[in-house]
Every structure is written in structure tokens, then in C-alpha cells.
Design a protein around this ligand. Structure first.
Ligand SMILES: Nc1nc(=O)c2c([nH]1)NC[C@@H]1CN(c3ccc(C(=O)N[C@@H](CCC(=O)O)C(=O)O)cc3)C=[N+]21
Ligand SMILES: [Mg+2]
Length: 300
């Protein structure tokens, strides 16, 4: 061995891993079609005309199509009433061809997201946001019907990277209902020792420095710095922050919640943004739809 030379982190290629998973799902959808003449169906409800929401929804529909999952679509104007959104959800609850319902978040201001999400029937809650699914995620000896897609994608990336989780210190940065909190629950189910760092945490850097695994989901561009990270730690970056960049055609570029260029010098493995967790979120949505479709089609 010569002079101490530390290699840069391995890049965990979420895009490639997600496309492998999507191909596996397609195989199972083909098998369902051959055996039962039925395929899983996903309904996406979008309210309003946010550009980012429309992009995500387009990606989800395309992913469904490629996997052979039937996709249904309801688009309501931003001026729609909550009652109209609830009625749309109920329509899909009653439609036997639909095995998963996703209401794209965020909903327009003034709409009660909790009430809308709670209307989705438990068996079709492929986002895993229903309070009963979240509750079961938090309980030992219980399994939710569906785990939320982004946190599930994070754990799947760690597993497919070969990261052993049992007994490891995992720090989750952020405590949102859709990522941070359920990610903490899932990592606990993997026997990690989990700490959640949030906006009121004193000295988050000191806590992150103890982590073997960091899941960064604080929604703040490049907040996790090199001196927050222990040498050899594995970093999962959930952030998708757009920052102005006039050199890009779109006028912006995506950056994560981690200072990628610096952190990769000390981490052993790290997910990029884009091309990390994002594509896995969609792959896990298809996986949840497939599970739901299998359950319903086997029963019919
Ligand atoms: N009910 C609901 N369920 C969701 O799962 C949900 C939602 N609402 N609202 C918005 C967030 C965001 N989200 C993403 C999905 C894919 C990428 C993704 O594939 N991103 C690409 C880049 C895409 C680009 O270039 O813009 C990547 O990271 O490589 C990102 C973000 C799902 N969400
Ligand atoms: Mg968060």
C-alpha cells in the first residue's frame, strides 16, 4: 500500500436500479395477464396546473404504460372544490379495474389534504399515506398494506447497494409525513438505531457525524456538508431542489439536500440527484400497484 489514498464514494445508480425493478414488475404483470386476463390499474388524480406536478404525473403514467399497468387519469382545475376531489376518489374506489389511487400532492391551498387522502380506500392506498397504513408502519408485529414509495425506495437502494442495516446508526434529516417520518420507521424495521434530525434539533452536524447511514430529506439545497459526514458513511439524498441556472435549457437544475461534490470525497456510497431516489419513487409506486393488483385479482 502506498500513500494513503482514499477513493471517492461509489455512486448508487438509482436510475439503473429502478429500471431493473421496472423490468421485474413488467414480467409479473405479463404473468398476471397470461393467467387471469387482467392487469393492475393505477388512477392518478391531479388538481390544478403546477408544472412540477404535471411532470411527475407524466413520468408515472409513462412508467405504468411501459410495465403494462393500466393507467387512469382525472385532472381537475385548481378551482375545483374539495367535494369534487372527494367524489373523484370515491369513483376510483368503486372501480374494480383500479387497484391503486394516487392523489398528486400538494393539493391547492385551502383543500384539506388529510381528508382527501383518508378517503382513498385502504386497499388502494399505493402511496401508503393512509393513517392506518402509517400506523401499522409504526407498530411492531404489524405490516402496512403499502409502505410510502420514497422511503421504501431509499431502503431498497441501500439493500441493493449491499449495505448491511442491522445495528447501524441511521440518521434521517427531516420529519415530513411523506418521507422523513416513514423513512425512520422503515429503517427501524431494518433494525437500525434511528435518530431524526429536524429544524429544532441542536447541533445536527454532531448527530449526523455519528451516522453510518444518512437519509437526507429536509428539502433544503445542499444542507448536508462534508463535515457532517463520517468517513465511509452511506448517503441517500432525497432532495429535489431546483436552483436557477441560466446555462440549462430549462433555466434551472436539480440539486439534492446533500453537498454532493464534497460529500462524495468522504462517503463510501452516495445517490446522485437526479438519478438516485427520484426514479426509485416511481419504481416503488409500480411495485405497490402490482402488489395491490395481485391481491385483488387473486380474490376475484
Ligand atoms: N401523492 C404523491 N405521491 C408522490 O409520490 C409524490 C407526490 N404526491 N408529489 C410530489 C412528489 C415528488 N415525487 C417525485 C417522483 C419522481 C421523481 C423523479 O423521478 N425525479 C428524477 C428527475 C426528474 C426531473 O428531471 O425533474 C430524478 O430524481 O432523477 C421526483 C419526485 C413524487 N411525489
Ligand atoms: Mg422533509
Amino acid at each position: 500500500m502506498g500513500a494513503s489514498h482514499s477513493a471517492e464514494a461509489a455512486i448508487i445508480d438509482g436510475k439503473t436500479i429502478a429500471s431493473t425493478i421496472r423490468a421485474e414488475i413488467k414480467g409479473e404483470v405479463d404473468a398476471l395477464r397470461a393467467k387471469h386476463g387482467k392487469v393492475p390499474g393505477l388512477a392518478v388524480v391531479i388538481v390544478g396546473d403546477r408544472k412540477d406536478s404535471q411532470t411527475y404525473v407524466r413520468m408515472k403514467r409513462k412508467a405504468c404504460e411501459e410495465a403494462g399497468i393500466e393507467s387512469f387519469h382525472a385532472e381537475l382545475p385548481a378551482s375545483a372544490s374539495e367535494a369534487e376531489v372527494l367524489a373523484t376518489v370515491r369513483k376510483f374506489n368503486a372501480d374494480a379495474r383500479v387497484h391503486g389511487i394516487l392523489v398528486q400532492l400538494p393539493l391547492p391551498k385551502g383543500m384539506n389534504e388529510e381528508r382527501v387522502l383518508a378517503e382513498i380506500s385502504l386497499e388502494k392506498d399505493v402511496d401508503g399515506f393512509h393513517p392506518e397504513n402509517i400506523g401499522k408502519l409504526a407498530m411492531k408485529g404489524h405490516e402496512p398494506l403499502f409502505a410510502p414509495c420514497t422511503p421504501k425506495g431509499c431502503v431498497e437502494l441501500l439493500k441493493r447497494n449491499g449495505t448491511v442495516l442491522s445495528g447501524k446508526n441511521a440518521v434521517v434529516v427531516g420529519r415530513s409525513n411523506i418521507v422523513g417520518m416513514p423513512a425512520a420507521m422503515l429503517l427501524m424495521k431494518e433494525d437500525c438505531t434511528v435518530t431524526v434530525v429536524h429544524s429544532k434539533t441542536r447541533d445536527p452536524k454532531r448527530i449526523c457525524r455519528e451516522a453510518d447511514v444518512i437519509v437526507a430529506a429536509c428539502g433544503s439545497a445542499e444542507m448536508v456538508k462534508k463535515d457532517w459526514v463520517k468517513k465511509g458513511a452511506v448517503i441517500i439524498d432525497v432532495g429535489t431542489n431546483s436552483v436557477d441556472d441560466k446555462t440549462k435549457k430549462a433555466g434551472y437544475r436539480l440539486v439534492g439536500d446533500v453537498d454532493f461534490a464534497e460529500v462524495k470525497k468522504v462517503a463510501s456510497a452516495i445517490t446522485p440527484v437526479p438519478g438516485g431516489v427520484g426514479p426509485m419513487t416511481i419504481a416503488m409506486l409500480l411495485s405497490n400497484c402490482l402488489d395491490s393488483g395481485k391481491r385483488a385479482i387473486a380474490k376475484a
